[in-house]
Design a protein around this ligand. Sequence first.
Ligand SMILES: [Fe+2]
Ligand SMILES: [Fe+2]
Length: 395
Amino acid sequence: MHPHLRQKQRHSLLEDSSAYNKLVFNKKRNEAQDHSALMDEAAGLFRYEDCKDEYWNPEAFSLLYGTPLWNQASASQRVILNQLYWVAYYAQIISAEIATIYLNQVSAAGLYTHEDFRIVCDALDLESRQERAHINTFKTIGEEVEWRLFGERLFTYPMRSLYEQTMVFADTNTAKAFWRNLQIRAFTLLSSSNAFLASQYLLVRGLRTLNGKLIQHQLSNYYSQHADRDNAPVPSKISYYHFMDESFHFNTSKIIGHEIPRSLEPPTAFETWIVNRAVLGCQKDHYHFSAAIKGIFWYEPALFPVLYKIFRSSHFGMTDSEAKDMLYQCFSIENEAIHQSFSLHCMAVESYKAYVDSIAYLAAGNREMAVMGGNAISKYLERNVKALRKFKGAA
Ligand SMILES: [Fe+2]
Ligand SMILES: [Fe+2]
């Protein structure tokens, strides 16, 4: 902004050269290394036949890994479970990235109401374009695998808006969905003309992607540590390419969420309340953990019908009572998978706390992640037993 002419704001982002330079550098590097074209190419090259007998992720990242089902599964069944982890995991990422595209635009609109924020908006534009390539790649492969193996959808879904559930398998009902919908509409309406709230969308975006960063790093290792990279399965390459793009997105979240408020007026009581609501929403969304698919905050009982379908399929060949009994064995009695998923959940809680530690305007319950940290294995088992009883009666 012109230093001598009257402006509406007292501070400029340009005065904060540390934050500004970080944003310029991060955007430049993301542009130079952009992996979205490689992802498009990989989606075009994918043929299930070429990699159907291989793992696509490290073994521990297989559906139901560490459950009694996994322990008794044959080698070829384990390959399917490993591939299904990829499909399910990235089905959740698609959902998160559909929301990201929309909220990036809203946030850019809010930040652009101030002088000198063009760099931030341009960075978000680039990221939205990359997300569209990511979504297309995950969707192409996920749908092909489900069609080839099952002839129907399990974890994937037709394209949709963020107003449908962000957690693909959530603990929800009509009333909860109504309130969630209203909250998003209110938040986006406010953020599109409010620079502080727009910056804090990125704080929440960073928080929401923190756990994914942890998991996706490990998924990308399968390719980066592969002995023969050229012939590594295409989906493992995609995990790697995606992780590369996302590391820049995470930097953007961190710089904007943590550092941009320095260039803005301190938040009003109302703005502070809204940010706290958004962080609380993240805590609630990330309250659950799943032993079927570790590293995702899915509500386990919402998965029972899909798992039942997998058990009954020709790949596992179970009868109705065998499939239901297996659900009991996997989800109502403590086992290795439950312990692993819960300990990942605890790690997520700790990393979230560290991430928001310096944010003075967050309430104690948000800084300590009191809601998200309130889950426990005993509560998880109790919910599952109840839901299984209902499922047994209904199916
Ligand atoms: Fe992405
Ligand atoms: Fe992203």
